[in-house]
Structures are given as C-alpha cells and as structure tokens.
Design a protein around this ligand. Structure first.
Ligand code: DGL
Length: 264
C-alpha cells in the first residue's frame, strides 16, 4: 500500500497523480485535518504529527510514504528518514524544474510561512536556482480556502485574484510561478486568470508520482491486491474530516467514505 498524507485536502492533488500513474496500487490517504494548517505551526509540532502519522500508516501496511505536503517535507522528512526504515517521497517547491526550463524570467515561489523559513528551501534555492532571481511569497488565506472548499465561490475566487495581483504585482515576461504548497494546486486555474497568460505555473504532482513509481518498482511488483480489487482508503484526524473537500469534488467523482482516526 502507498501511504500518502497532508495536513488536509491539498495532498489529494498528489494522490490523483499517483492513481493516474499507478491505477492498480492500493492507497491510504491521511488528512491531518485535526491539526490543519501545518503552515504556521512550530517545527516540533509538525515533526511530532508526521511521526505519529507515519507509525499509523506503517501499521496499516504502507510500503512507501508520500509526504504530499511541502511544509511537512521541508520540516520533517529528514527526521522521518532517520527514524523509520521505509522509503519516503516528499514534495518540494519545483525550483530546479523552473530554473532548468526555457522561460528566462524570475521565479516566484508561493508557499506557507514554514516552508519559506525552512533550511531545505534555502538549500533548494542555493543548489538549483542557477543564478535566477527567486522570490518567496506567502499569502495567508490560500490553503484555508481550499480546505473549506470556499474557493469555488465567485467572491472568494475574486478575493484570491485580488490578493495574488497585489502580492505579485506585474510580472515580467517569462516569469514562472512555482506552487510550493499542495493545496494551491487546486487554485491553479484561478491563479492563472490572475496572472498574465504568458506566466507559467508549475506544480509537482506528476513528478512526485513518477518518483513513487521508481521507489516502488525497486521493491518488487507494484500491484498489491490485483487489478479490480484495489483499495483506496481515506482517513482524517478530525470528526468533520474531509467532508468539505469531498463535497467540493477534490477527491474525484466517487471517493470512498472518510474514516475518522485518532493518532496514538
Ligand atoms: N499542503 C501543505 C503544503 O503543501 C500546506 C497547508 C498547511 O498549511 O497545512 O505545504
């Protein structure tokens, strides 16, 4: 089974890509809705949550664990790799992809405050920006409006566009915007309409799915229950769970019911 987690609904965008690439693999997605958001919590708190989630997913049979959350990856993945004997795949802002691409302009990275403050983010810029201008941007409301599904209301979408325009200003031609928070993937269309059509928006889902495939194939056959019998499980750490995300269709057309779990 592939274990996938995030602070809430954002990682469903990563799960979607994993399922697209590996339709016969079992998945268990845990939304830590009881602790959402991770973006402004202390690193100690986030590490503690990620450790408890990892224990639960391993207990349920995970062969690989995907941190479908930039914040959790930046803050906790090293610690998890040191503590557990299982492969982890993380999600990092795609600065290398942006810098290696054909667009010559500056790179804007939209992310949470925790991701922006992390040493891992600084190191990504140092290693991969290749001399390009990289500007970190934090817009507080973005993860919350995905989590509660309200981004689908026209007045909320308008407010998102207003804040994005105000924060980013007029972007020079050839600019790229890196979505450094998995929740923002669901806002891609709204963000694109707030920006010049020539601004490229980069999101990591497909690359993460390919990395999961690489890790799993190095361990043996990917299918765990056989075609037609695949199990897709949704878990959440609050009673309300993913209800708003499911109502908003973020988990696809016919998602399984969401089970409430308590982390030990
Ligand atoms: N989805 C998380 C990420 O990719 C952030 C949301 C939160 O603040 O919990 O960073």
């Amino acid at each position: 089974m592939i274990g996938v987690f995030d602070s809430g609904a954002g990682g469903l965008a990563i799960l979607r890509e994993i399922k697209r690439l590996l339709p016969d693999a079992d998945t268990t997605y845990l939304a830590d809705t009881g602790a959402f958001p991770y973006g402004d919590k202390s690193p100690e708190f986030v590490i503690e949550r990620c450790t408890r989630i990892t224990r639960l997913l391993i207990g349920r049979g995970a062969r690989v664990i995907v941190l479908a959350c930039n914040t959790a990856t930046v803050v906790a993945i090293e610690q998890l790799r040191n503590s557990f004997d299982i492969p982890f795949v993380g999600v990092e802002p795609a600065i290398k992809v942006a810098a290696d691409g054909a667009n010559p302009g500056p790179i804007f990275v939209l992310m949470t405050a925790n991701t922006a403050a992390g040493a891992k983010y600084t190191s990504l810029v140092e290693r991969h920006a290749g001399g390009r201008t990289v500007r970190p941007l934090v817009i507080g409301m973005l993860a919350a409006v995905v989590e509660d599904g309200s981004f689908q209301q026209e007045e909320v979408a308008t407010e998102i566009r207003r804040q994005v325009k105000q924060t980013l200003g007029e972007l020079p031609p050839g600019s790229q915007v890196v979505l450094g928070c998995t929740h923002y993937i669901f806002l891609k269309d709204i963000l694109q309409t707030a920006l010049d059509q020539g601004v490229e928006i980069l999101e990591p889902g497909a690359a993460v799915a390919r990395q999961v495939e690489r890790v799993l194939s190095s361990q043996g056959p990917i299918t765990t229950t056989g075609p037609g019998k695949k199990k897709n499980i949704l878990l959440a750490t609050s009673a309300e769970g993913l209800s708003k995300a499911l109502a908003a269709g973020l988990a696809g057309a016919a998602p399984p019911p969401c089970e409430h779990v308590i982390l030990s």
